[in-house]
Design a protein around this ligand. Structure first.
Ligand code: FE2
Length: 412
């Protein structure tokens, strides 16, 4: 197959892409057709597939069951989920995850890192997600983080459940230091998480300091352990919303350690702006981590949705462009180049977070995975909210959108 006239990753030169047996075989201008299927993009933008680097598939599509989160806080969300968790069955999880993954695929997502709640004596969600990871692999590459939603030290047998989840096949270990009963538990939970990752040769992604409390300092412990163990960029700190409230003197000391540790960050702009600042009167804090400053510090940052119509976020939305759109606004990154390059948050930066290595990206020899958007570059995509025209995986078209047509009847 020959893809003609593509602008790859905001390039200004039109390129052609030849795909043979599901692999990118040639990428160059003006390739000659060779008795093969041709798709002429006529100057549309092509990007590597979108990556959802932080979401909870096990909780998705449960908002309002059995009750809505009325306060809009993270903590009421955890309470509501604790009630819903009692109603879980394998069939319920399979139905919801299948629907959510299809919704994600329709938006050009081909990779998902999902955090799965393991604070359940039966580990039902974890066991079911391990099966679904295999069943859905031709549509979606799913990475599973064992996530102790109700704490490691603060939940009965939390340590044992987390280790059991690793034995059952989770790809990574999580923690939730800001939810542990005490600071001592918070530190011990991170240490336990890191030790487990070392023993199981696993990735780490910690829900780290997801609170407006400037005293929440799990991040310094996590970064320190990432540095000392050498795990470094296999480690991710998600949320880190408390950093929004740290004082600048502390940040200046902290950022030295963050740079040395080389850890990744995931911000979740939609959910952060929705859940944080809830205990403030006015002024209300935005609760987004310091995205610009982390990037300038040399740390990798990607963006995730976090939640799809669940106790923490009430809208049925999987579109990564919405995440970028909100992140650019809340993070005050609205310069031309910042908007143009913001696709990195949901593509290459996210690939670094997921530790995908060289197998990801539009280059000769890689699996022919890519998306096509209805605009010449990402600035126009964000500005015009352009549609996803196609998503190709291993050279096969898995999504096609026909853009809607609007006619204005005025003036003639
Ligand atoms: Fe999360």
């Amino acid at each position: 197959m020959l893809i003609k006239n593509a602008y790859i990753e905001n390039s200004t030169e039109l390129m052609d892409i030849r795909i043979i047996d599901g692999i990118f075989s040639e990428i160059a201008p003006n390739l000659k057709a060779n008795h093969e299927e041709i798709l002429d993009l006529q100057g549309k933008a092509v990007f590597p597939p979108f990556i959802e680097s932080h979401v909870h598939l096990d909780t998705c599509l449960t908002a309002g069951q059995p009750a809505w989160n009325q306060s809009g806080t993270l903590f009421e969300g955890i309470e509501r989920w604790s009630e819903r968790k009692k109603l879980l069955s394998e069939e319920d999880i399979c139905l919801r995850v299948n629907e959510a993954v299809r919704m994600q695929a329709e938006k050009g997502i081909q990779y998902v890192r999902t955090h799965v709640d393991i604070t359940d004596p039966n580990l039902l969600a974890l066991k079911t997600m391990v099966k679904l990871r295999e069943e859905l692999k031709d549509l979606m590459t799913i990475q599973i983080i064992a996530f102790p939603q109700e704490g490691i030290l603060s939940f009965p047998n939390g340590k044992e459940l987390l280790e059991e989840a690793m034995k059952l096949g989770a790809d990574g270990v999580g923690a939730i230091p800001h939810f542990e009963f005490t600071r001592e538990y918070a530190v011990e939970s991170i240490n336990y998480c890191v030790d487990l990752a070392m023993r199981y040769d696993a990735l780490i992604d910690v829900h780290c300091d997801e609170i407006d409390d400037p005293e929440a300092k799990g991040l310094e412990v996590l970064a320190c352990r990432a540095l000392e163990t050498g795990l470094k960029d296999k480690v991710t700190a998600s949320h880190t919303t408390a950093m929004h409230s740290y004082n600048d003197a502390y940040c200046s000391k902290l950022f030295r350690l963050l740079k040395m540790s080389d850890i990744n960050f995931v911000a979740n702009p939609l959910v952060n702006i929705h859940l944080q600042g809830r205990f403030d009167h006015y002024p209300k804090r935005r609760g987004l981590t310091r995205v610009k400053e982390l990037l300038a510090n040399g740390n990798n940052v990607s963006f995730g949705h976090d939640d799809i119509f669940d106790p923490w976020y009430p809208l049925r939305n999987t579109d990564m462009i919405d995440v970028v759109h909100m992140g650019l606004h809340v993070g005050q990154m609205m310069g031309y180049e910042e908007i143009m390059n913001s696709y990195q948050f949901i593509t290459n930066n996210a690939a670094q977070t997921l530790f995908l290595g060289d197998s990801y990206g539009i280059k000769v020899g890689n699996s022919a995975d890519f998306v096509v958007l209805n605009a010449p570059n990402f600035y126009e995509v964000v500005s015009n909210r352009s549609e996803l025209l196609y998503s190709f995986k291993a050279g096969k078209k898995i999504v096609e959108t026909k853009p809607a047509e609007t006619v204005l009847f005025y003036g003639n």
